[in-house]
Design a protein around this ligand. Structure first.
Ligand code: COS
Length: 383
């Protein structure tokens, strides 16, 4: 459901040029310093990247899902850490408010998210609750006109930079499952919040995660998303349905980048008197990658269009996320193989992508959770 092809083309061209001219040349620096340079973040704000999915009335670009995935595929053509800077604000951090927030909540927070003034993080995972998100233990106890939050959230992307957290916490301790969970907007500078030290990760240097610890943190009752208790788990699941299509698009983009690098290398590297790309065993690696990327791209765009058409996409989002992230892992592995010894060496960059993309099969729901969701939905539809 592309609304205006001409405007979209300008945006995609801008993003593509920004990726090529500003992000790709800084990939190594970001990997070495574990920081995204401030001037790059400012340029991201100027292009409007923080507001891609925020409604126009709150200052964003309000992209349709199809437009969003096309933008994400472009942004995938560089280190995924760059996307993380604005990714939680565009995706899981803001969308709970966009879907289920009250007008006052939207008015108060979305405009500052759209400009990049505040970064939004999504606080669902806990030390004891990962895949089984409905078992979370963080509590939010109502006391007069506020809630008192206690608990620890883990691996929270962008927590060190967040202005607000979309927090899932249990408001009804009597209900053990997901029905006792509510969603809140919590300002990161609220007393009672401390951050753990930054996690040291396998890859995606420049994207930061850490624990967020809530100790008697007072959150105004007005910040209960939608003003209703017990709806937080469903809000989180709707956010993840959309987020999974977004991540699948990034997987397509990064896979396209790795294949482009591998193809270039295969055409330049000579062995046995000719370019290694002339050998059929290398061609098989290239061809399988090309076909799988094409399949994932079609899935992602189809899932996005279905969502734009107002159809339920839980199954399609999980299919796309599962297939695209697994595909991306296979393409990374083949790319390293094509580079041979150079594929193992840091200076060629491909080993960095190999480590970076490993996360795609884990976050926003592991491949195994996607399988579970797909099969469950199939069985449900049978009855
Ligand atoms: N959209 C709207 N509502 C949804 C939904 C969706 N996609 N998926 C589930 N729900 C609703 C269900 O309809 C159910 O509501 P009712 O009780 O009113 O019928 C409720 O939410 C509970 O659903 P369900 O029983 O399926 O929950 P489970 O605890 O069995 O588990 C999974 C659901 C495993 C799918 C969920 O916990 C999950 O996605 N886990 C992975 C978490 C994740 O991705 N973490 C990544 C961290 S964020 S980077």
């Amino acid at each position: 459901m592309i609304r205006d092809q001409e405007t979209l083309n300008i945006l995609l061209d801008n993003i593509s040029r920004f990726v090529r001219e500003r992000l790709v040349p800084n990939e190594e620096k970001v990997a070495e310093t574990d920081e995204i340079p401030d001037d790059i973040i400012e340029e991201m704000k100027a292009i409007g990247l923080f507001g891609l999915t925020i409604p126009e009335q709150y200052g964003g670009l309000q992209l349709t899902m199809e437009e969003e995935v096309l933008a994400m595929i472009e942004l995938g053509h560089t280190s995924p850490a760059f996307r993380s800077v604005f990714g939680t604000t565009v995706g899981i951090g803001s969308q709970g408010i966009v879907f289920d927030g009250t007008d006052e909540q939207k008015q108060k927070y979305l405009p500052r998210m759209a400009t990049g003034e505040i970064i939004a993080s999504f606080a669902l995972t806990e030390p004891g609750s990962g895949s089984d998100a409905g078992s979370l233990k963080t509590t939010a106890r109502r006391e007069g006109d506020h809630y008192v939050v206690n608990g620890t959230k883990r691996f929270i992307t962008n927590a060190p930079h967040a202005g607000i957290f979309t927090l899932m916490a249990r408001t009804d301790p009597g209900i053990k499952g997901s029905a006792g969970v509510s969603a809140f907007i919590v300002e990161a500078n609220s007393p009672g919040i401390t951050l753990g030290k930054r996690d040291r990760k396998m890859g995606q240097k420049g994207a930061h995660t850490c624990d967020v610890i809530f100790e008697n943190c007072k959150v105004p009752a007005a910040n209960l998303i939608g003003g209703v208790e017990g709806h937080g788990f469903k809000t989180a699941m709707k956010v993840l349905d959309k987020g999974r299509i977004h991540i699948a698009a990034i997987c397509v983009g990064v896979a396209e980048r790795m294949l482009a690098d591998a193809l270039k290398y295969a055409s330049e590297r000579h062995q046995f008197g000719k370019a290694i790309g002339e050998f059929q065993l290398i061609q098989a690696l290239l061809a399988d990658s090309k076909a799988e990327i094409y399949a994932a791209r079609c899935m992602v765009i189809d899932a996005a269009r279905r969502r734009d058409d107002g159809l339920p996409v839980s199954t399609e989002a999980s299919c796309a996320k599962m297939f695209a992230s697994e595909m991306c892992g296979r393409v990374a592995d083949r790319a390293v193989q094509i580079f041979g010894g150079a594929g193992y060496m840091s200076e060629y960059g491909i080993e960095r992508f190999y480590r970076d993309v490993r996360l795609f099969r884990i976050y926003e729901g592991t491949t195994q959770i996607q399988q579970l969701i797909i099969a469950r939905n199939m069985l449900r539809e049978l009855h």
